[in-house]
Write a protein that binds this ligand. Structure first.
Ligand code: SF4
Length: 752
């Protein structure tokens, strides 16, 4: 498969969920340069630093270009993190060469045979796919169809599990369906933008720029930022609420109570009986004083926030990873949406809750159902009629399993206890990015068959594979992506693929076909897109499928595209469009009662760290950093709650952005930013190196975080505990933008 290329090609940026349009120019010697696409409705010609540096990431350096077998145990030992506690010496390592190149024909046949053998020996449930918001919708669709329809289990989960499964669940509880009511124009036309758990200035910079331009034109527009850290987004804010991490539900329960008490409920929009009474009963205990105490901010600033929201009908609340990436993320999402439902500020111009997706195609994955608890085309996995509809459409050999499959954060346990015998990881680097990443690495070491499809040799997960498959990367692959405002855009190939790299949909289809499965004879991504479109409209007739008529078929792409089938030529020239129209007005709405027992009054996902400082005068000498018990280390400890996040110029585990010299200038080493008080307590200065010891087990209430007896913690610190394997080295940065008791570290660096 090749794609016709021209000298200027319209495509989309592969990084954040803004989904900016890119114009790529290719000169006569094949050199690529990029610019923003002035006609793309997400960015109107602008690109941020990451998008602008895309051409610098396209070289052949660090690319996977051929399939190969790998002596996993030996490679893992050779590349083991220098501070990893796992004793890989205990693993029996054969004399096999580290890497044995192969060809596609051989490896595809071999994978098909081994997957069939695994099913025969251990059952259908012994196979799992772990996929990614970096995949194109066509890749996602085939992966989901393959495992749910034909292997016969729902063990497919995406790294989107981490970034927005809370939003999906919150939307379903509030609207009866996973839909994003608003759009980017609402962020420009609103009078008040509230950012919750989002450093939009760095993480969705072009969209933030659109809001700032609107605010510049109309200075009456207000910006409120709710974030424990004073981020760059706060520079433009009228109010910053540095609430204690994990207290968002208290803040929003208090807001719901305040709005109700101050006559802001839109009784014409929301009637009693839609969860209003229960939600208000749960919220009514949250007086401003109580909220201020729980959130550890002043009563005045809470009151100012509530008054501003009450006064602005045209309010957009945009929330992101600070809300979603939490064990109580779904409650946080619903606590926010409750306030919009009560006031009728949903799906109206300038008034809506708005989930900012992190990845370029997290939304596409939702549309094709590539999470363990979803079905394709936004149908419902728990509904037997929906499952039958999808199975019929796919002509699957058996019905779709009703059970929710194994999810990302449970995958390591499922491998280690023997339920999963083969895992196929595509376009993601979970041994760095998953919680308890060390455990996942151990699980891959123990797994019978680990297949990794990626485009970069620098993925740490590639080092844990038995079989490595070279996938096409940005600039080579071709398909569609969906951004945060439900806009579907084409990503197009700019140049031929390097080496033997292939599209993910092709690799999956080849294996499925070689396993003897029918329905995977795709020759071009347009055929897959058409099948996806057709499924969204399949039996969309209330008289045939009554249960579906009970919910909006908001993802009826065939209707949105005004045609049942796109020709390949139509697909090639397809322009960006929003499914469901510009805005969606939910037809079923419900407020959710958020009680402390539901919402975890304790902060979750925060790990306490024991820091140790070298007393050695040579602060940059890190050669002994892997000797945990080295006497050079002072046993000074302090307990901090770690907050992670993105940097302005890096993306995920840096396998692509790390190639761009321009992007590495922003922050060149991993830093740990702490408050001056803690720096003083530890006796560290800016530029010192510290080791961080994660202490996953010790989850404490906010109030205890800064008062814990450090002697006791030292004594209890069990450095041999299997959960406390990997220490991390970071350079100290000191800033009063941090709350006392919090530390911030970027998510991007792996041990590399
Ligand atoms: Fe790419 Fe996001 Fe930057 Fe747009 S804002 S150029 S999509 S990283």
């Amino acid at each position: 498969y090749t794609e016709e290329t021209t000298s200027i090609i319209r495509t989309t940026c592969p990084y954040c969920g803004v989904g900016c349009g890119v114009l790529a120019s290719i000169d006569e010697v094949g050199a690529v340069s990029v610019a923003g696409d002035p006609d793309h409705p997400a960015n109107f010609g602008k690109l941020c630093s990451k998008g602008s540096a895309l051409a610098q990431t396209l070289g052949s350096e660090r690319r996977l270009t051929e399939p190969y077998y790998q002596n996993k145990q030996a490679v893992m030992q050779e590349h083991r993190p220098t501070q990893l506690g796992t004793d890989f010496n205990a693993i029996d390592i054969s004399d096999e060469p580290l890497i044995k190149p192969t060809d596609w024909n051989n490896v595809l046949d071999d994978i098909a045979t081994r997957l069939n053998d695994t099913i025969a020996k251990h059952g259908r449930d012994s196979i799992m796919f772990y996929v990614s918001g970096q995949l194109l919708t066509e890749d996602y669709y085939v992966a989901n169809k393959f495992i749910k329809g034909f292997i016969g289990n729902n063990n497919i989960d995406s790294n989107s599990r981490l970034c927005m499964s809370s939003a999906v669940a919150g939307h379903k509880r509030a609207f009866g369906a996973d839909l994003v009511p608003g759009n980017y124009e609402d962020l420009e036309s609103c009078d008040l933008l509230v950012l919750v758990g989002s450093n939009m200035a760095w993480c969705h910079p072009i969209l933030f720029g659109r809001f700032l331009a609107a605010k510049k034109a109309n200075p009456n527009k207000k910006l409120i930022v709710i974030d424990p850290r004073r981020t760059d987004s706060c520079e433009f804010a009228d109010l910053h609420l540095p609430i204690a991490a994990g207290t968002d539900t208290h803040l929003y329960n208090g807001l719901l109570h305040y709005l109700s008490e101050h006559g802001c409920a839109d009784t014409g929009y929301i009637e009693h009986g839609h969860g209003v009474d229960d939600a208000l009963a749960a919220a009514n205990v949250w007086s401003i004083e109580k909220v201020a105490q729980a959130c550890q901010v002043s009563i005045d600033s809470i009151l100012e926030f509530y008054q501003l929201v009450a006064a602005h009908d045209e309010t957009v609340t945009a929330f992101s990873m600070g809300v979603n990436q939490s064990k109580s993320g779904t409650d946080k999402v619903n606590a926010i949406i409750n306030t919009h439902l009560l006031t009728g500020r949903v799906g109206k111009p300038g008034a809506s809750p708005f989930s900012l997706t992190g990845q370029p195609n997290a939304m596409g994955g939702r549309e094709v159902g590539a999470l363990a608890n979803l079905l394709a085309a936004h149908l419902d996995l728990s509904n037997s009629i929906h499952r039958q509809l999808v199975a019929d459409f796919w002509q699957a050999p058996q019905s779709i399993a009703p059970e929710v499959g194994i999810q990302a954060c449970d995958a390591a346990d499922a491998i280690l206890d023997g339920r999963i015998k083969a895992i196929w990881i595509m376009a993601t680097n979970p041994v760095v990015s998953l919680p308890e990443a060390d455990k996942f690495r151990r699980a891959l070491a123990a797994c019978d068959l680990v297949i990794v499809s990626d485009c970069s040799v620098d993925s740490d997960t590639v080092k844990c594979a038995d079989i490595v498959l070279p996938a096409q990367g940005w600039g080579e692959k071709s398909g569609t992506v969906t951004n945060s405002e439900r806009r579907i855009s084409r990503q197009r190939a700019l140049k031929p693929a390097l080496g033997l790299a292939k599209p993910d949909w092709w690799i999956l289809s080849q294996v499925a076909t070689r396993m003897g499965l029918a329905g995977f004879d795709y020759q071009h991504p347009s055929e897959i897109f058409n099948e996806h479109v057709a499924l969204t409209a399949y039996k969309n007739d209330p008289s045939q499928v009554p249960s579906i008529s009970n919910q909006p078929r908001y993802l009826n792409l065939a209707k949105d595209l005004s045609m049942p089938v796109l020709s390949r030529a139509d697909y090639e020239v397809m322009t960006p469009f929003q499914w469901g129209g510009a805005r969606i007005t939910p037809t079923q709405v419900k407020l959710i009662a958020i009680t402390p027992s539901d919402s975890a009054s304790l902060p979750n996902f925060h790990h306490f760290h024991q820091h140790q400082r070298r007393q050695n005068s040579n602060k940059s000498d890190v050669k002994n950093r892997d000797k945990r018990h080295n006497t050079d280390f002072n046993p000074l400890t302090v307990n901090l709650r770690l907050i992670t996040g993105r940097l302005r110029d890096q993306w995920h585990t840096m396998t692509r952005t790390g190639l761009a010299p321009q992007l590495n200038q922003h922050e060149s080493v991993p830093t740990l930013t702490i408050h001056p008080n803690e720096a003083k307590q530890l006796g560290v200065e800016k530029g010192d190196y510290v080791q961080l010891h994660p202490r996953y087990e010790q989850i404490l209430p906010n109030s205890e975080a800064t008062t814990i007896d450090t002697n006791n913690v030292s004594k209890n610190a069990d450095t041999d505990n299997e959960n406390i394997e990997q220490t991390v080295l970071a350079q100290i940065a000191i800033s009063d933008s941090m709350r006392v008791g919090d530390a911030f570290m970027p998510m991007h660096w792996s041990n590399a």
